[in-house]
Design a protein around this ligand. Structure first.
Ligand code: CA
Length: 631
């Protein structure tokens, strides 16, 4: 036997209670059916276990107190029991108070114990009774021994299998009723409606696309965004339609994949090709270092921005080329100075040599882009003057403080006798800093005398000997004269060191014998004028005879060949005899004389001008006549 009564309760309050209990998430509405939840009680008392069985056999289960309103309702509705109180559906299990219908433990918040309860008085008070119309602690609970006898308090469930849409809500019993507690995203009395989000909130991002799990845009549906290659999603990749009709996230944007910004290296250039955007996906940057710089920090001179937003290599830098400092060496007798201490590209070093040393090689060197110096260090070489030669006919004496024929060398030239210095204005040459002698190589030249000063004398000849060449120092000339002539002056001359001949050329002088005079008693008949070769014939007057040679001739030594004869008188001498003798003599000797002269003329043809050579005008008429008549 039971007693039933439907009892509707205000929905708002119930909702508040449920929320506080935390049993059910939320209730959007309450469905009220004609068959509600109802309470029933037994007319007999029984222990807790029997009460539970009785309730389950006849109704749904023991009452589980859900809220204060329910307690209030029950207190009003239930009669004061004759004995004991009402069993409710809570029992201690493993020491924990648990609602037997739902097997949920009693929460602290939902506790409704009477004062000083549960006291476990008398031990094993493992079941719960509720005071109804007791006058004290009405509606409160007391722990009680399960074997005690109490009235069973049952309920009949209002929820049916199809009370709420399966999977979208849960049916919750209320006092005399039930409601559908909709799961998130669902609403309606039976939770038959699903929350929908705005489709227009799903927009396709530029350079991207979106795909939604179904076309309904309803609760819990997903949309997934994606971006084109080279674009990176910014925002949430997926969005979900939430219970608040809002999408869980705003549409993302597709942003071009960006690589870190690159810098133009110092000492180089960067040239980028950006098909999509600066330093973005597929951008290519080429790095070229200026001359004198080399690429560093990157193995590649071309960087490519990849899909992950990373360059394929690190930022290249340009490093200035350095040349080896140890290649710069100070030359002997020199020095070097470099433009800066870095020995880097384009730095210069300048070499210098000490005075008197000449650089062989390059004066400057420069660090080139190939890390090499443009030239090797020069050497400092002693300034050399051209080699000098000891002249022919002279000597050279050099003083070389540094080296042979080198800077500051001094050479003295002395010519032998008969030679004079030529080709140089100085007999001492000095090797100057420029490697030149202050004058040209001196030579010794043989002294020459004037050839024209050697003249052939008339009636003479000259013969020269030239031990050193023509008419030069020590040349000797010897003069000689024709027969009948003698040298007047020096017969030899020599070319002296003063360029003068030792003597002037001589002349050839006709050899003259002493003049002869007619003796008083004789007659002198001479050819030519007492000069060389002239012949004189002596004759004596009648009564005289010649004593000595009748004929004498003028010899080379300008002397007569014999002593001059003289006429001596003898006693019987007669003038006629003398006259005849003379005439006969003239007759016979005239012929002899003519023959002799002719012979002489043939020998001295063209050399002898009898007339012009005549020194005296008073030639004997005889001689003249004889010659002319013969010729
Ligand atoms: Ca108790």
């Amino acid at each position: 036997m039971g007693y039933c009564k439907n009892l509707p309760l205000p929905g708002a309050k119930l909702m508040q209670f449920f929320a506080s209990l935390g049993l059910i998430f939320s209730v959007l509405n309450i469905w009220r059916g004609t068959e509600g939840w109802s309470y029933h009680y037994s007319t007999k008392t029984m222990d807790w276990e029997d009460a539970r069985n009785w309730c389950r056999q006849n109704y749904t289960d023991m009452v589980a107190i859900q809220n204060k309103e329910e307690i209030s309702h029950l207190h009003n509705f239930l009669p004061k029991p004759n004995k004991g109180y009402y069993w409710i559906g809570m029992r201690k299990t493993d020491g924990i108070w648990t609602w037997v219908g739902t097997n949920k433990r009693l929460s602290k918040k939902a506790e409704n114990w009477a004062s000083n309860e549960p006291n476990n008085g008398g031990n094993n008070e493992d079941c719960v009774e509720m005071y109804i119309k007791r006058g004290k602690d009405d509606g409160k609970w007391n722990d009680m021994s399960c074997s005690s006898k109490n009235t069973a308090l049952c309920y009949t469930a209002s929820c049916k299998n199809d009370s709420c849409i399966s999977g979208q809500g849960e049916c919750v019993e209320t006092i005399n009723d039930h409601t559908c507690s909709c799961f998130e995203g669902f609403y309606g009395e039976r939770c038959e409606h699903v929350v929908k989000c705005k489709p227009e909130d799903i927009t396709t991002p530029d350079h991207g696309s979106v795909q939604c799990s179904n076309g309904s845009f309803s609760y819990d549906s997903n949309c997934e965004y994606s971006c084109e290659e080279g674009y990176k999603i910014k925002g949430s990749r997926t969005t979900k339609c939430t219970s608040t009709k809002e999408w869980s996230s705003r549409p993302p944007t597709c942003e071009l994949v960006q690589c870190p910004e690159l810098m133009k290296p110092l000492g180089g250039t960067m040239l980028c090709h950006d098909p999509k955007g600066n330093f973005s996906y597929q951008s290519t940057c080429d790095f070229v270092c200026d001359e004198g710089y080399t690429l560093r920090d990157s193995s590649s001179s071309t960087l490519f921005c990849g899909i992950t937003g990373h360059w394929n290599d690190s930022q290249p830098n340009c490093e200035i080329v350095k040349c080896k400092p140890e290649d710069i060496t100070t030359p002997d007798h020199g020095s070097v100075q470099c433009s800066n201490g870095s020995f880097s590209y384009d730095s210069n070093c300048e070499y210098n040599c000490e005075e008197g040393y000449k650089m062989k090689g390059s004066r400057t060197t420069r660090c080139t882009s190939t890390k090499e110096w443009s030239s090797r260090p020069p050497t400092c070489e002693l300034v050399q003057c051209p080699e000098l030669m000891e002249p022919l006919g002279g000597t050279m004496l050099c003083h070389d403080p540094k080296g042979t024929f080198s800077y500051q060398s001094t050479c003295d030239f002395v010519c032998d006798e008969g030679y004079t210095l030529r080709d140089s204005s100085s007999s001492t040459l000095f090797c100057g800093i420029t490697g030149h002698w202050n004058d040209s190589q001196p030579n010794c030249e043989i002294i020459k005398c004037k050839p024209e000063d050697i003249t052939t004398p008339d009636h003479g000849s000259v013969q020269c000997s030239h031990p050193n060449g023509g008419f030069s120092y020590d040349s000797k000339c010897k003069f000689s004269c024709e027969e009948g002539y003698k040298v007047k002056g020096s017969s030899t001359t020599r070319c002296t060191s003063t360029k003068e001949w030792s003597s002037r050329p001589p002349t050839c002088e006709l050899i003259q014998c002493p003049a002869l005079e007619n003796a008083a008693d004789g007659l002198l008949n001479c050819t030519s004028n007492f000069s060389y070769g002239s012949m004189c014939i002596f004759s004596c007057a009648e009564g005289y005879h010649l004593r000595g040679a009748s004929e004498i001739s003028c010899t080379e030594t300008a002397e007569w060949s014999q002593e001059t004869p003289h006429c001596e008188a003898h006693p019987e001498s007669l003038v006629t005899e003398v006259t005849l003798g003379v005439a006969a003599t003239v007759g016979s000797s005239g012929l002899l004389l003519a023959l002799w002269i002719l012979k002489k003329l043939r020998r001295n043809a063209n050399k002898f001008d009898l007339n012009s050579n005549s020194e005296t005008e008073d030639q004997p008429q005889v001689y003249k006549n004889s010659i002319s008549s013969l010729i």
